[in-house]
Design a binder for this molecule. Structure first.
Ligand SMILES: Cc1cc2nc3c(=O)[nH]c(=O)nc-3n(C[C@H](O)[C@H](O)[C@H](O)COP(=O)(O)OP(=O)(O)OC[C@H]3O[C@@H](n4cnc5c(N)ncnc54)[C@H](O)[C@@H]3O)c2cc1C
Length: 514
């Protein structure tokens, strides 16, 4: 029976990053992945037509800009190549004016000043504050989360403690309304909170929007040359160089944890693999409710994870195009890594969230476009183009088998009518992914979500996924969590994987000493 020091379940980028750190520390590591290929939500495939390399899930290298893993694991040395387009993101309004975050802060501010000179100065000063806080932020993201009482004690000593606490709870509408004069800057902020599932009036949306947009101003909304799949490929190469192995097409059906101690995993074909350390990068609900079902878990662990909220389902329209398209807003919008198209106002976004939460398809969905080929022509055949349209929130419960294609066609009509008039005539291939398709494609995309659990205020930090599982340690000795369901949560960052590896190595060191 094969025996390893550590088995990592799931070869998404967090599982692979965790495995790299464990292997570099000298452990014999195996990563087992259910899908036929590695990557999880960082995979690139010929999804629409041969020769068109599509990012099925993530496209932007954003939070990862702050991650130490890129350098520590020498990902550039193992083939990761990042492209930084001048225009990181653009928001297009209903009159086809646009507002962009660009590489140069001066260029960004010049664009904002067209809407409000005061907002341009405000953005400059917010960005300055981010730069002065960047190292502290990075430390927070790259450390196990502190318990709520430690955070409260620190804020009580901080002269700005009240302001920081208030900001942490604020909705994006509340904060952007008191911070910016122009509706357009407020709308841009609201869009970005919506990315993580925060409706404009949801508590906690402000800090997420400001963090992400500041990171993008700082290091860009970078794309991986050839597709996001270049990231897991580089991680797997880094892992192989450290002696680790990956096995794909290996579905883990059970984690063996007799007497509260993790000892191995069972695969769908009945094979048993043994290891002293088991690390899970899969959705925490799947881990607790399905894979640990015979581990005699404490009742409260099961009840807490049943209440762990799943979050906003997504919808994707992937288009192969006969050639580049022209945005009515101009070339700046068309050259951005991503362009936010609809709804153009905060009220419109709030209405889209309201409809989804009532189980309805929004008349105007929350949609952004990834300009895949404009940013990286190497992904498509010469002269051709490609776009990916992501709807950031749709109801999971719609009748998707019947509504999938008509809804996609309706969204394309809206985009053509308002923003990209020549889009329809250039389409030569289309693949549509409803929440059901995302979920069927990838076991971790529960209900077609991208976050391994909603990013509500009560599912962040040490409360993610639940208080008892919030420090990367699972409910059995030797079992750990290392995916987006752990701090600091979703997004391409490698941080949950890196943080978990540090906790595991510290625990192993501790047990060796005793
Ligand atoms: C449409 C979409 C767009 C996104 N856009 C962005 C973006 O632009 N920028 C950004 O930063 N983030 C984005 N994200 C979010 C980001 O991709 C994810 O949060 C992140 O990649 C999750 O990584 P992970 O390694 O934690 O989990 P995953 O990538 O989900 O990896 C988990 C792995 O576990 C495997 N697995 C599950 N069950 C089993 C089992 N029983 N046995 C074996 N293996 C199993 C799965 O197959 C999967 O490969 C997007 C996500 C989606 C879906």
């Amino acid at each position: 029976m094969p025996h390893y020091d550590a088995i990592v379940v799931g070869a998404g980028h967090n599982g692979l990053a965790c495995a790299c750190y464990l292997a570099r520390a000298g452990l014999q590591v195996l990563v087992v992945e259910a899908a036929a290929a590695i990557g999880g939500m960082t995979s690139t495939r010929e999804l629409v037509l041969p020769g068109f390399h599509t990012d099925v899930h993530a496209s932007g290298y954003q939070l990862a800009n702050l991650s130490s893993a890129t350098d520590e694991l020498d990902l550039a040395g193992f083939g990761l190549e990042l492209i930084r387009p001048d225009v990181s993101l653009s928001k297009v309004f209903s009159d086809n004016r646009s507002l962009s975050i660009r590489t140069s802060l001066d260029h960004t501010c010049a664009g904002i000043a067209k809407f409000s000179p005061r907002d341009a100065n405000t953005w400059r000063s917010l960005y300055g504050e981010y730069l002065s806080e960047r190292d502290r932020l990075r430390r927070e993201l790259e450390s196990p989360p502190r318990p709520p009482e430690a955070i409260s004690a620190e804020l009580a000593q901080d002269p700005r403690g009240f302001q920081r606490t208030r900001f942490g709870y604020q909705s994006v509408r509340s904060w952007a309304g008191e911070t910016f004069d122009s509706e357009e800057m407020r709308d841009l902020m609201a869009d970005f909170a919506g990315h993580a599932g925060f409706a404009p009036d949801d508590a906690g949306g402000a800090s997420f929007a400001l963090l992400f947009l500041s990171i993008i101003q700082d290091a860009g909304n970078r794309a991986v040359k050839g597709g996001m799949g270049g990231l897991p490929t580089a991680l797997a190469a880094s892992l192989a160089a450290a002696g680790g192995q990956v096995r794909t097409g290996a579905v883990v059906t059970r984690i063996l944890a007799p007497d509260g101690v993790a000892t191995g995993v069972e695969l769908a074909d009945g094979a048993i693999l043994r290891a002293g350390t088991i690390v899970s990068s899969i959705h925490p609900r799947h881990l607790i409710l399905n894979l640990l079902r015979e581990a005699n878990l404490d009742h409260s662990i099961v009840e807490d994870i049943k209440r762990y909220e799943i979050g906003a389902s997504q919808f994707g329209i992937y288009l192969a195009l006969s050639g580049p398209v022209a945005y009515a807003a101009g070339s700046e919008a068309g050259s951005a890594t991503q362009t936010h198209l609809m709804p153009s106002t905060t009220d419109g976004l709030a209405e889209a969230f309201r409809a989804v939460r009532a189980g309805q398809l929004p008349a105007v969905p929350s949609a952004f476009v990834v300009n895949e080929a404009a940013v990286d022509p190497s992904r498509v055949p010469k002269g051709k183009s490609a776009l990916k349209v992501i709807l950031t929130t749709v109801p999971y419960t719609a009748d998707w088998p019947a509504q999938r294609i008509p809804y996609a066609q309706e969204v394309i009509e809206q985009i053509c009518r308002q923003h990209v008039p020549d889009l329809k005539e250039k389409i030569i291939g289309m693949t549509v992914m409803s929440p059901l398709d995302f979920a069927a494609d990838l076991a971790s995309a529960l209900h077609g979500t991208v976050t391994h659990g909603a990013m509500t205020l009560y599912q962040q930090g040490s409360l993610r996924p639940t208080l008892s599982l919030g420090q990367y340690r699972g409910p059995a000795r030797g079992l750990y969590l290392c995916g987006a369901g752990s701090h600091p949560g979703p997004g391409v960052s490698m941080m949950p994987g890196r943080n978990a590896a540090n906790v595991i190595l510290a625990d192993l060191d501790q047990s060796r000493r005793h």
